[in-house]
Design a protein around this ligand. Sequence first.
Ligand SMILES: NC(=O)c1ccc[n+]([C@@H]2O[C@H](COP(=O)([O-])OP(=O)(O)OC[C@H]3O[C@@H](n4cnc5c(N)ncnc54)[C@H](O)[C@@H]3O)[C@@H](O)[C@H]2O)c1
Length: 337
Amino acid sequence: MKRIGLMGCGKVAAYGHLPVLHASEDWDLHAIFDPDAGRLAEAAERFAVPHACTDVDAFFQAGLDAVAITSPAPCHAANVADAARHGCHILCEKPLAMDEAEGTDMVRAAAAAGVMLATGFDYRFSPVSMRIRDMVSARVIGDVLSLRLVYIWNCHGKYERDAGGHPVEQARRAGRMEEGGPMVDCGVHQIDLARWWLGSEVARWSAAGAWVDDYEAPDHLYLHMDHECGAHSMVEISYSYCHTTKEPLKRFLYELIGTEGLIRYDREAQVFEVRTPQGTERLPFAGEKNFAGMYEAFYAALGSGDLGDLPSGRDGVIAAKISREATNAAMAGRLNL
Ligand SMILES: NC(=O)c1ccc[n+]([C@@H]2O[C@H](COP(=O)([O-])OP(=O)(O)OC[C@H]3O[C@@H](n4cnc5c(N)ncnc54)[C@H](O)[C@@H]3O)[C@@H](O)[C@H]2O)c1
């Protein structure tokens, strides 16, 4: 078993990382850190963690092989620097960094310390993503030339009700908008998938946004990426998909269009299929996330010294850079009516 500690006991830690680490036969969930003593105590009790620390030094003194970082994005750089200084391998949530310069420093710090730095793009490990990667490389639909990757939802709404029943701005949504909005927060997954499935870097991109709820960053964005292999990816991301309606909808789609067919994943309709000249094959459906698969890969990487399918720090920097610059470009291009 390898000893792992986790920094940041919030939402994604509680539903994604901690349950997997607690149940794992590979990982010994040995320590957790959070500046919020209440959240820390709750997580320590629920997941039976022996060392629960509000002090960073005490956290690392617990003796760790690896660290999972699930703090808010602006804290990632300092968390990574601390983990690298203590010789721990690192799996850091997305977006890895606030911008390219910060991410590059994080990659350098990990390399200088001789530790691995992986970015937590758990979508790669969904059986659906893995199957798509395998089908693309086996040319099941010929040359893949166009990708449509859509995740549009309400991000829990712009408003919630306070104790007195009055509508107040929802802090979780506002916080995500302040950190960069939906492309930086969610679209990084799709940017990573497009590069990984195609095995091809982004040669150039353009972006346009819409301001449905009017935060500083656009809450509905379109990103167009041309890859070096000649394929085009369109990523559409929104936090403003009908939060005001009585029955809000979500749409989560992967569509890969090739010279010999179509691969289509529709999460809401629970459809995963490939259409070729030979016919249509329904494939086993799965959700888009897989934290357990990601931690299996991280454990294997510690043994082999090779990240394998795990997204590297560089993968995290590229997605963070494109998403941030695309958001900034959309803001700069906003019509001043
Ligand atoms: N991979 C996914 O599917 C996925 C899903 C949701 C969120 N995320 C990412 O995970 C990260 C956390 O998101 P969340 O929604 O759980 O946030 P959250 O606000 O619910 O939780 C963050 C936690 O980090 C703690 N924290 C604050 N400062 C810290 C510091 N300096 N060091 C360590 N911990 C600190 C907070 O007290 C809080 O408990 C973000 O980067 C987010 O983008 C990823």
